[in-house]
Ligand binder design. Structure first.
Ligand code: KG4
Ligand code: ZN
Length: 335
């Protein structure tokens, strides 16, 4: 018998519901993005996000069931992201998940959003070789995580200031590109010279696996201000390419350093920034030289989606790791 899990993800600005069988077979993965609504404000407005989730959640659940050609009676468990994220946004998904679990009398599984990002890798690779080093890079997090086995995480390093995705978004904003900035910079960088401007790379103390991206972000802002003061035209593709290269160099160096320090053979990429073309190419190239296995989710599963939540939940289901119906949203939830 296969285990069918309904996954719900509403931690930020995507209302997503998926049906996944046995943690691997995606029967549906509906992602209703609110990007257009938030675009005119240059970022996610929490109040608007929760209201939109509330408007959308029931129809997105129905679409996910319809596309999977199943009804509620065929679901074995419901999984929901309960943190980290925007509290009002999380609460919509958590309430929906609890209602379904209670109504159908099936297990409720609470998933950490970052754990979901990690498990986006397992949809295609259900039996990776442990231990794994995972570089989790999203709009809110930049973490290096050691994963000795399913469901166990040891945080090796994280950002001391801006997350990588946040730096991409902020630099995109000062360059006058749209929101979210990561994909815009990635596209523009392909047209530029990444050696044009020497932006700084923060490696911090020797052997530190922490990150810092506020310096490179400030360096871009200062560079643009200098150009403006001197009346020098800005070559935006060169700025985008040089900035992307500075961020990716540090991410790749530290991920490989972690693999060496902890003697792991498998590296995973996770989170929205894992969709970045240079990061994927560079890590793939350098991992291959070192004989390491690199696992990356397809770009569509790097950004927020509910299939990754249902996949993470499958492994918790196997361990009977269920949540009580008193489950609450935890905006600052740690891995
Ligand atoms: O994981 P995610 O969808 O949401 C969070 O959990 O934060 O990540 C969103 C972040 C945004 O900062 C976005 O700009 C960034 O991922 N992002 C990218 C790319 N695609 C999305 N950053 C760099 N290059 C990309 N191609
Ligand atoms: Zn995310």
């Amino acid at each position: 018998m296969c285990i069918t899990i309904l996954g719900i993800e509403t931690s930020c600005d995507e209302t997503s519901v998926a049906v996944v069988e046995d943690g691997a077979k995606i029967k549906s993965n509906i992602i209703s993005s609110q990007i257009e609504v938030h675009q005119k404000y240059g970022g996610v407005v929490p109040e608007i996000a929760s209201r939109k989730h509330l408007e959308l959640i029931n129809s997105v659940i129905e679409q996910a069931l319809d596309e999977a050609v199943i009804d509620f009676s065929q679901i074995n468990a419901v999984a929901v992201t309960y943190g980290p994220g925007l509290v009002g946004a999380l609460l919509v998904g958590v309430a929906a998940g609890k209602a379904i679990a209670f109504g159908l009398d099936i297990p409720l599984i609470g998933i950490n959003h970052m754990e979901g990002h990690v498990y986006a890798n397992m949809l295609d690779h259900p039996s990776p070789q442990f231990p794994i080093i995972c570089l989790v890079v999203s709009g809110g997090h930049t973490d290096l995580v050691l994963i000795p086995s399913h469901g166990n995480y040891q945080l090796l390093g994280s950002t001391r200031d801006d997350a990588a995705g946040e730096a991409f978004d902020k630099v995109a904003r000062v360059l006058g590109l749209g929101y979210p900035g990561g994909p815009q910079i990635d596209g523009l960088a392909a047209l530029g010279n990444d050696k044009a401007i020497a932006f700084p790379r923060a490696y911090l103390e020797e052997k530190s696996l922490d990150f810092s991206f506020s310096g490179v972000k400030t360096a871009v802002i200062n560079y643009l201000n200098r150009c403006k003061q001197k009346g020098i035209p800005v070559n935006k593709p060169d700025v985008a390419a040089s900035f992307r290269r500075a961020v990716v160099d540090v991410l790749v160096d530290k991920a490989l350093q972690a693999a060496e320090l902890f003697d792991t053979n498998t590296i995973m990429l996770a989170g929205g920034v894992a969709a970045n073309k240079l990061l994927r190419d560079e890590l793939s190239y350098r991992s291959a030289i070192l004989g390491l296995d690199l696992i990356t989710p397809p770009p569509i599963l790097c950004t927020d989606n509910a299939a990754m939540i249902a996949c993470a939940a499958y492994f918790k289901y196997l361990r009977h790791d269920f949540a009580p119906l008193t489950l609450n949203a935890v905006p600052g939830l740690k891995l």
